[in-house]
Design a binder for this molecule. Sequence first.
Ligand code: A3D
Length: 320
Amino acid sequence: MAQPKIALIGGGQIGGTLALLAGLKELGNVVLFDIVEGLPQGKTLDLAQGGAVEGYNAHLSGTNSYEGIAGADVVIVTAGVPRKPGMSRDDLLSINLKVMAAVGEGIKTYAPNAFVICITNPLDAMVWALRQFANHPAEKIVGMAGVLDSARFRHFLSEEFKVSKEDVTAFVLGGHGDTMVPMPRFSTVAGIPLPELVKMGWTTQEKLDQIIQRTRDGGAEIVGLLKTGSAFYAPASSAIQMAESYLKDQKRVLPVAAYVDGPYGIKDLYVGVPAVIGENGVERIVELQLTAEEKAALDKSAGAVQGLIEACKKMDPRLG
Ligand code: A3D
């Protein structure tokens, strides 16, 4: 039976890790695309040789031409530049918007049926613009941020409670950035919501607030430590989980940056919401009943994304 084809646009830190994980998990054959000559070819040759040790047989190849992604079932986009210390995700806007225009053209021409996962920052605005440039159906193009943000939240909570990360679920809504909205009410340890755990004396509200802030700053903390780039292992794992849910029709309920036009009172925006990911892409957006405070935080976050989209529209008239 034909293996799914996974095209990775951008062969940098995340792109290389995505190729490795796709190989290890035997998700399909991988094509790595980058504008730097030799980079995707070198990385995939290295990874293919690793398959002899790790026992994966996927075909891995590198390309500098969009023709190489033809017929891809999944496209994961990391092309662009990452943050350096002191840079916000939004500083990347003008550089990465031009990259999205080129990538969108490539997807439109060669992979119009693919499930597209965008990782390039500033995430919510870039996936919105990529959808416009690619003229792609909304349910087949999402952004990866919520799985990562909630993984960070889960990790910090598991350390606080000294329990397995597996038993910690965490929910994060809204845009990827300083206005993301961690949701303690819907975050649990073995089904027990965080506010209950505060009442039970497992932690204090103050400690929980610190963890929430650390989750919001999770990307910047790693940028500050690395100094030359941003996080790449956990972002790659997160996108692979989304790709796997699509390819295997797992119907996982994952927090993703989805196109929202109606739910939560949000119009024509990409923003982080829980969604069912299956063989049709985004099969359902889960609309939670929010408290007034949560709704205000989500509106603020959506407003920040809207601001970036307006900036994109000014930079590129095709988006107007
Ligand atoms: P990096 O290692 O620099 O890789 C980016 C790659 O993109 C490089 O190999 C470039 O050569 C390549 N590239 C540049 N322009 C183009 C183009 N026009 N077409 C194809 N390839 C191109 O970065 P990275 O892999 O660490 O990060 C990639 C992106 O992900 C950045 O924008 C990060 O900010 C973003 N990121 C997002 C998250 C989220 O949670 C949303 C987390 C971490 C990183």
